[in-house]
Ligand binder design. Structure first.
Ligand SMILES: Nc1ncnc2c1ncn2[C@@H]1O[C@H](COP(=O)(O)OP(=O)(O)OP(=O)(O)O)[C@@H](O)[C@H]1O
Length: 342
């Protein structure tokens, strides 16, 4: 488990969340300065970087052979340190340089997925040292997100957070500034999108383009309930463009399986907790964070399975980086002594 020191965190200038889907950077006393897709478009002939972030996202699936859109971060772990550094340099350079002039000794804080392997911790650290950070402090995403959601993390009282990201869903019960019980499952927004794509492919023999998922996400959220939604894609057999009406009831059914995996993880965390902690949750309920927290039906399904009240955090997608930002700005205080400072 990642241990953190509030004392050391308060010396950091930037807070970074290197997510599978999005990269976010919070600059001390400035706020969120980067919130962009974790993507880079590269010319494979020359090795040069063509675009990063949302510009690279717009190119995905539309590039000629010599241009590749790559993800330097996979499953919340930096898998290509060099590319991650180049992407970050492109995204933050000018803004960081200004902060640097004010405070030359740059220290960075990074949030890491729960139970990140030492190699993953090192990769995140190396990525930031390559950008000039002299020291990198790591914090568990679950703690950062709980702080960002405004949960009473530092109190002797249980809080439950579920962080629904792109590659994974992480669940924890926290008390006194630490994780009491936690689980991570490799099911997130990407797995849910995959379930939808597979459903459309097998039922309508249609391959959806990446932008074809967005109307289906919107239709899932709409009130009153939408019966069917028209989408355009490529016919699996002929390769021609075709439009079909997707029945939303089947889409809801397709995403039940990944939802069940998340419910099982929550049950395991609850079973690992002392009864006093579970009793606290009856009052405090469950808070959902992460970009996939808004997936329609997830909150209701968790409420039904656990009997607890469920709320979706305000700005759920940026909770972790905002929480880490609050920690570097000294807005989180522990009731007990910081274990790293004695
Ligand atoms: N309005 C929405 N409806 C449904 N899903 C959404 C919506 N907005 C974002 N998502 C999903 O949220 C996911 C991205 O979440 P988030 O930004 O928390 O990812 P991340 O932090 O990069 O991922 P990870 O925590 O796995 O590293 C994507 O799978 C995306 O499809």
């Amino acid at each position: 488990m990642t241990t953190y020191s509030l004392e050391q965190l308060r010396r950091c200038t930037v807070a970074v969340d290197l997510g599978a889907a999005r990269t976010r950077v919070y600059l001390r006393e400035t706020g969120l300065i980067v919130d962009e897709p974790s993507l880079a478009a590269v010319n494979t002939r020359t090795g040069s970087l063509i675009a990063v972030g949302s510009l690279a996202e717009g190119m995905a699936g539309r590039t000629p052979g010599h241009i590749r859109v790559v993800r330097p971060i996979s499953g919340g772990t930096v898998v290509d340190i060099d590319m991650a550094q180049r992407m970050l340099r492109f995204l933050v350079d000018e803004k960081i340089r200004k902060a640097w002039r004010r405070k030359p000794l740059l220290r960075a804080a990074v949030c890491l997925p729960h139970d990140a392997e030492p190699l993953a911790q090192r990769a995140a650290s190396e990525t930031l040292t390559g950008l000039g950070a002299r020291r990198v402090e790591a914090v568990d995403t679950l703690i950062a997100a709980a702080v960002g959601c405004g949960l009473p993390v530092e109190q002797p009282e249980a809080s439950m957070i579920v962080v629904c990201g792109a590659a994974s869903t992480q669940v924890a019960v926290l008390s006194l500034g630490q994780i009491v019980a936690a689980e991570k499952v490799l099911v997130g927004g990407d797995a849910i999108d995959y379930a939808v794509v597979q459903h459309v492919r097998s039922r309508h023999e249609l391959q959806l383009p990446s932008q074809g998922l967005h109307p289906l996400h919107l239709a899932l959220c709409q009130e009153p309930v939408v019966e069917g939604k028209e989408v355009r894609g490529r016919d699996v057999a002929t390769g021609l463009s075709r439009t079909v009406t997707v029945e939303m009831a089947y889409v809801r059914e397709a995403i039940q399986t990944p939802f069940t995996v998340v419910i099982d993880a929550i049950s395991r965390v609850l079973r690992a907790c002392q009864p006093d902690l579970v009793a606290d949750l009856v009052e405090g309920g469950v808070t959902l964070a992460g970009g996939s927290a808004v997936l329609p039906g997830l909150d209701r399904m968790i409420a039904k399975a656990t009997g607890l009240t469920v709320r979706i955090a305000e700005n759920p997608d940026v909770c972790a980086v905002l929480g880490l930002g609050a920690m570097i700005e000294g807005r989180m205080r522990l009731l007990h002594r910081d274990p790293m400072t004695g």
